[in-house]
Design a protein around this ligand. Sequence first.
Ligand code: G4P
Length: 529
Amino acid sequence: MSFKNQIQRRRTFGIIAHPDAGKTTLTEKLLLFGGAIQEAGAVKNNKVKKSATSDFMEIEKQRGISVATSVLAFLYRDRKINILDTPGHKDFAEDTFRTLTAVDSVIVVVDVAKGVEEQTEKLVEVCRMRKIPMIVFINKMDREGKDAFDLLDEVEQKLGLNVTPLSFPIGMGYDFKGIYNIYEKNINLFSGDNKKNIEETIAFDDIENPGLEKIIGAKAANELRDNLELVNGVYPDFDKELYLKAEQQPVFFGSALNNFGVRELLDCFIDIAPQPQPKMAEERLVRPEETELSGFVFKIHANMDPKHRDRLAFIKVVSGTFERNKLYLHVRQGKKLKFSSPNAFFAEKKEIVDISYPGDIVGLHDTGNFKIGDTLTEGEILHYKGIPSFSPEHFRYINNADPLKSKQLNKGVDQLMDEGVAQLFTLEMNNRKVIGTVGALQFEVIQYRLEHEYGAKCSYENFPVYKACWVEAKDSKSEEFKEFKRVKQKFLAKDKRNQLVFLADSQFSLQMTQQKYPNVKLHFTSEFN
Ligand code: G4P
């Protein structure tokens, strides 16, 4: 198969959802369709259970499992599909944001009863900002839930999307009979009482056909006709170009658990979802068809076993091919590296591969060379954009609790930050180090890992911060900026990339600062140009 065909057949995407909406179940059903697994239950559920929130070792164990499900690849209708895992748990939101830099599209799962939930809002916002094409899957239609039109409204309003339904439910919960597939123009009917299987798929391109009554009964037939008329009147026709530009989002209804509406979703996804896309580097736009390799690290997974300290760095291939035992340039370090056992992912297994193509994810064993955002090339100096840091939610001073081990502590903190476990800020005023995390749990994880992996001890001290904002001065020589730096000295720090950060202690002080220094721009992510 030609290089070009290899690119065209790849679809790399992520499924995003609030925990419990059905992401794991849907993933598993997609793998079943791809024949990549034989039975349900094969994909380990790597979500962090609510009950485990105080047990961080449990979480780390589950993070361990998630190595296996970080990338799940399978073939379907001759397409190579790569699903990238995106943890829904809010403590790992940063992981998910970074993973979204490596996908070409996403499927958003919404629970029919709960509607749009908080985590979904945040993740979709990131996708909207990055113009990632999205398909929405409304799940759990076998349960009583919200009215379909109300849900479509909610998705539009809360997620800021422009939706158009490509399927429509016939009934819901107890009365759920099946789904009219607007995209394929057919009806899928549920079987009998247990609603576990699709009874049959009936081609039905004319909804006015009186045969509809025979299939679903007069009441449901009339209701469906009315609903479809409303759909026609209210929602625009599906437009693939708009979907690809992230300006329109098709919506499917179904039940992942019962395998209902999943094949329709997958078939449509295969038809419309984008192949690997060009990516902007600081230097230039890089196209997948270019023959020379380039790729970037979007995730680093540490081995929790202290006897095996290696880590797995996940690289998304952007252009060219990644080949085993070939020398590549590690751009940040300016050194050449080769990899004798690059891992590729298939279903829930990983195996050594000789060649990978744009859109693929390669796992590289690493002993500390890689940081999130690092680029590999065949010699060109390229830096990929779009792996920003977001403001952490929790901040604490980190102190060295064993003066004899300060070297170990610094090394450990450095490496954990490279992995993206948390963010480090160094205060301008006194050089004290502050750690910022998305979830409070990460502090325990860091303390535990520093002790067990690096032999260092740390303690924490509270440091009340409302938000970290990255500072951009319109004119760094202006009196305004000088005054800002002088007055706010206590609240200024540098991040790992030496960017200036303002640590606002309250929403009020943030607002006041913005008003007082209008030419000092405060950004909530580290990438703003
Ligand atoms: P997540 O990865 O998004 O967190 O969700 P997950 O797939 O684990 O699903 C969360 C719960 O919702 C699971 O039940 C799952 O069986 C159920 N579920 C998923 N899809 C459907 C659906 O279409 N209909 C119905 N009725 N339920 C669905 P659980 O009891 O929490 O876990 P389990 O014991 O069944 O694994």
